[in-house]
Design a binder for this molecule. Structure first.
Ligand code: MG
Length: 277
């Protein structure tokens, strides 16, 4: 799940407005990786059920049942009152879609965001799936957004700064002719889903906080095929592209280790689940 800037600022105000980055030791990162394994299995399960005619609430029910069967909890359920276990955001909806009666149609794209808490540690990840064959623009949007996430991960090592991560996303997305959403950001993650620092998907190389071993970051490019402005839906959760253009969202939880980045939610490594394109 993405963070809006206000959540982190509110959390920060009680700490004299200082960003407080809670680093994790190797054992703690291992705990988060366990949550990540369950999360990847959940995403794969959801992916296997994505087809025309399926409602997003059915996907949500399957995800919740599976997460609980693993002795874990869905991190989103009840988070600030969110009713679902996943966010299911079709087409021009960027993030935070409440699962409901909406039935997937051939040619849709669907962003699925999942959070898992296991032993008190949180993992957060998302990917956008095509529902059957999609338009060339949609295919290109999904490809560029996913690639921008991989490029961001490559920047996650000691010696770099947060701006290098943000810039990697922005540069790749804009070179493809798309826009990065400005008002929603990735975030630190650990025992809480949303910790410092905020991670914008745009920025300048060589700026921002230095990356250090033990930081764990939820990096989540949110990209529209049109302009970057957004609007909130009537349910006060869903965020749409303001111009109605298609939107994609890919997210990993990534730990910075002495050996470089470690993706704790490696949905890209497991057998696919990607709906037939
Ligand atoms: Mg997130």
């Amino acid at each position: 799940m993405t963070s809006d800037s206000a959540v982190v600022v509110r959390a920060r105000s009680s700490r004299r407005n200082q960003a407080v980055i809670i680093k994790k030791n190797p054992k703690e990162i291992e705990q988060m990786a366990h949550a990540g394994v369950i999360l990847v299995k959940t995403l794969n399960l959801v992916a296997s059920k994505i087809r025309p005619g399926v409602s997003t609430v059915e996907l949500d029910a399957a995800a919740e049942k599976f997460i609980r069967s693993q002795g874990a909890e869905p991190a989103f359920k009840g988070y600030r009152g969110f009713p679902g276990s996943i966010c299911a955001s079709p087409n021009s909806m960027i993030v935070h879609g409440i699962p409901g009666r909406y039935k997937l149609a051939r040619g849709d794209i669907l962003s699925v965001d999942v959070g898992v808490i296991r032993n008190g540690w949180v993992a957060d990840a998302a990917r956008t799936f095509p529902v059957g064959p999609v338009t060339p623009v949609a295919r290109k949007l999904l490809g560029a957004t996913e690639e921008s996430l991989y490029l961001a991960v490559e920047q996650c090592h000691v010696g770099n700064r947060l701006g290098d991560v943000s810039h990697a996303v922005q540069h790749h997305v804009e070179a493809a002719g798309f826009s990065v959403v400005r008002t929603l950001v990735g975030h630190g993650i650990g025992r809480s889903m949303h910790e410092d620092p905020q991670i914008p998907n745009y920025g300048k190389p060589g700026t921002g906080i230095p990356l250090e071993v033990g930081m764990v970051l939820a990096i989540e490019p949110m990209v529209t095929a049109g302009r970057h402005a957004v609007r909130m839906g009537d349910d006060h959760w869903a965020i749409y592209s303001q111009d109605g253009s298609l939107a994609a969202h890919f997210e990993f939880t990534v730990a910075i280790t002495p050996d470089g980045p470690r993706v704790l939610t490696p949905w890209h490594e497991t057998g696919d689940g990607r709906a037939a394109a």
